[in-house]
Design a protein around this ligand. Structure first.
Ligand SMILES: [Zn+2]
Ligand SMILES: [Zn+2]
Length: 535
C-alpha cells in the first residue's frame, strides 16, 4: 500500500499538482496583508506603497524576488517556495539547491514545546544545524498516509517561527539597512505570510491539512479573501475595537506587560514575542480536517523552559471571545455557526498580529544600529542596553533610575539589548560602564557579568569581580574591568568554547551590602576586545 501511494505521489508531482495552497488560499493571504495595514493607524506611507501587488506571482517551486515585488507578492509567494520534497520529489528535506527551505512544510509550529519533541527527544536545530535547537518543533514526520515523507535531519520539519526569525535576521532587516528596500519589503511579505499561518489552529497544533498530504482543514477552507475584507469594513469596525489595536510586542493584550519572557526563552527577540503570543492565542481553538478523522484539541497553557506547564491567567481571549477546545464543535449540527465564530475571533487576531509585525519592522529598521559583536582586537564598542540606545560618555543618560533609591537591595542591573558572542576574544575582554553621577565615583563597586551558551539554557553562569575606577572619557569617569577568558568556563558546561559563549548581562554592584546604590543612572556601556582597551 505504501509503495502505491508513493508512486501515486510522484505521478502527481510530475504532472504538476493541482492548487496546493497552505494556510488559507493565496488570495486570503494577500487580503490579510492589505487589511492589516488598516489596523495600525500610524502606518507610514512607505509601507502602504508596498502593498500594490502589481507584479506577477512566481509559479510554484520558483518563488524568488523579482524587480517590483512587494509585501503583497511576498505574502503570496511564500507558498510557492522551491523545496526538495514537493518540487523535485527527492524526499530529502535538506538539499543543496533548496538551502534547507521547504516552503509550506515549514509553516507549522507548536510553541508548547520549547526544546523537546512530543516523544521526549531533543528537537534538532534549525536547517539541520546544531545550534538554534529551541522552538523548532514544526510539522512532525507522522503524516498519516504518507509515511515516507521524512525530514532528513530529524523527525520534524523546521518551525514556522525559526524560518521567520531566519528571514528577519538575514534578509528583512539587513536588506533594509543596506538600502535594498524593495527586497526587504518582499521578505517582510514572506514573514507576514508566516505569522498569518499562525492564526490557523491546524498550524499551531501540527495537523497536516493539504490536498496532497491530507484533506483540507475545515476552518482554513472556510476563510477566503472576501471574508477577510469584512473585518475592516466600516460596518464591522464601528461596532468592534480593531482599528488601532495592532499587537505591540512590549505589552500584549491579556498578557501581563511584565510577563517573564526569560521563563520561556533565554534570549527572546521582539519577533519571538509576537510570534509566540500569536501562536499561543490561536492554540485555544480546536480544529479538524475535512475527510480524515484528523482533529486537534485547543489548549490554554504554555510550557516554560524548565518544562513546567502554566495556564495563561487571565485567558488570552478574555473580553474578546470564548474559544471552544473540542473538535466535536466542528462536526456537530452547529458546525457552520461555530466556524463563523472562529473566524470572528481568529481573523481579527491575525490582522492585529500582521499589523503588529509592520510596526515592529518599522521600529527595528529605524532604531539606531546596536552592535552585536566585538570589533577587531584592540577596539571598543558602545553597547545598546534593553532600556535604550547606545551612547558615548557625556551624551546623556541611557538608563534612568537603575537602582531604586528606596530599595535596600543592592543589585543594579543593566541588560545588554542582545547577547554578544565572545567568539573573537582570544586576548581577553574589557568592560567599561559610565555612570551619570554628580558625585565622585566611590571605589567600592563590583561588576557582575552573566554568560550563556547558545542553546544550552541549563548552562548559564555569572562572574563577580571588583571594578576599578577609570578611565575618564569626554570628562566622564567610568568603572572598568579587564578579564582574560582562560578560566571562564565552568566544568558543568563541558565542551563550551568561546565560539558558543555569549555575554548577556552586565551589572554594577556596591560592595557594601544594604547601601543605596551610588549609581542610579547610566551614560554608556562599552565592551572592548582585549585587555585594558581604551578608545
Ligand atoms: Zn503557508
Ligand atoms: Zn494551512
Amino acid at each position: 500500500m505504501k509503495k502505491i501511494l508513493e508512486i501515486l505521489f510522484l505521478v502527481i508531482i510530475i504532472s504538476g499538482f493541482p492548487a496546493l495552497a497552505c494556510a488559507y488560499g493565496i488570495n486570503a493571504h494577500k487580503q490579510i496583508v492589505v487589511e492589516s495595514a488598516k489596523i495600525w493607524q500610524e502606518i507610514p506611507q512607505e509601507i502602504l506603497e508596498r502593498l500594490g501587488g502589481e507584479n506577477r506571482i512566481d509559479w510554484r517551486c520558483s518563488a524568488d524576488y523579482d524587480l517590483g515585488d512587494d509585501i503583497y507578492i511576498g505574502s503570496a509567494e511564500e507558498d510557492n517556495v522551491n523545496n526538495g520534497v514537493f518540487c523535485r520529489g527527492t524526499f530529502s528535506e535538506h538539499t543543496e539547491s533548496n538551502e534547507g527551505l521547504n516552503g509550506f512544510l515549514e509553516h507549522f509550529w507548536d510553541p508548547d514545546f520549547p526544546s523537546m519533541t512530543p516523544l521526549g527527544f531533543e528537537q534538532r536545530g534549525y536547517n539541520c544545524n546544531d545550534d538554534g535547537k529551541l522552538y523548532n518543533l514544526g510539522l512532525l514526520d507522522r503524516i498519516d498516509f504518507l509515511p515516507s515523507l521524512e525530514p532528513e535531519c530529524g523527525d520534524h520539519f523546521d518551525s514556522n517561527y525559526n524560518l521567520a526569525q531566519d528571514y528577519w535576521e538575514n534578509k528583512v532587516i539587513p536588506y533594509y539597512r543596506q538600502g535594498r528596500k524593495d527586497e526587504a519589503y518582499y521578505w517582510l511579505g514572506r514573514v507576514a505570510h508566516l505569522i498569518s499561518d499562525l492564526g490557523v489552529p491546524a498550524h499551531v497544533q501540527l495537523r497536516a491539512h493539504d490536498p496532497i498530504i491530507a484533506s483540507k482543514d475545515l476552518y482554513e477552507d472556510f476563510v477566503d479573501a472576501s471574508l477577510v475584507r469584512r473585518y475592516t469594513s466600516r460596518n464591522y469596525t464601528r461596532r468592534n475595537p480593531i482599528l488601532g489595536h495592532e499587537y505591540q510586542f512590549e505589552c500584549l493584550p491579556n498578557l501581563p506587560c511584565d510577563f517573564d519572557w526569560k521563563s520561556v526563552h533565554p534570549n527572546p527577540t521582539n519577533l519571538f514575542k509576537l510570534f509566540w503570543y500569536t501562536a499561543q492565542k490561536t492554540q485555544y481553538w480546536a480544529g479538524a480536517n475535512k475527510r480524515e478523522n484528523l482533529a486537534s484539541y485547543g489548549n490554554d497553557f504554555y510550557s516554560t523552559l524548565d518544562g513546567n506547564i502554566e495556564i495563561f491567567t487571565p485567558n488570552l481571549w478574555n473580553g474578546e471571545a470564548f474559544p471552544f477546545e473540542s473538535p466535536l464543535q466542528l462536526t456537530n449540527r452547529r458546525r457552520n455557526r461555530n466556524l463563523q465564530e472562529m473566524a470572528d475571533a481568529l481573523i481579527p487576531h491575525t490582522l492585529k498580529a500582521v499589523a503588529g509585525l509592520y510596526r515592529l519592522f518599522w521600529m527595528e529598521v529605524n532604531a539606531p544600529e546596536c552592535p552585536n559583536e566585538f570589533g577587531p582586537p584592540g577596539s571598543l564598542v558602545y553597547m545598546c542596553l534593553v532600556e535604550g540606545n547606545p551612547g558615548i560618555p557625556g551624551d546623556g543618560v541611557i538608563v534612568d533610575s537603575v537602582g531604586d533609591l528606596n530599595d535596600v537591595v543592592d543589585e543594579i542591573r543593566f541588560s545588554l539589548s542582545q547577547p554578544i558572542s565572545l567568539r573573537p576574544l582570544t586576548n581577553g575582554i574589557t568592560i567599561l560602564a559610565f555612570p551619570d553621577s554628580a558625585l565622585p565615583l566611590k571605589n567600592d563597586m563590583q561588576f557582575f557579568l552573566e554568560f550563556s551558551v547558545a542553546n544550552r539554557p541549563e548552562c548559564g553562569w555569572g562572574l563577580q569581580t571588583q571594578a576599578t575606577i577609570g578611565p575618564e572619557i569626554n570628562g566622564v569617569q567610568g568603572y572598568s574591568l579587564s578579564l582574560s577568558l582562560g578560566y571562564l568556563f565552568p566544568s558543568f558546561c563541558g565542551g563550551a568554547g568561546l565560539d558558543s559563549v555569549y555575554i548577556t548581562n552586565v551589572e554594577l554592584f556596591p560592595l557594601s551590602e544594604g547601601r543605596v546604590p551610588i549609581v542610579t543612572r547610566l551614560d554608556a556601556v562599552a565592551l572592548g576586545n582585549g585587555l585594558w582597551v581604551l578608545p
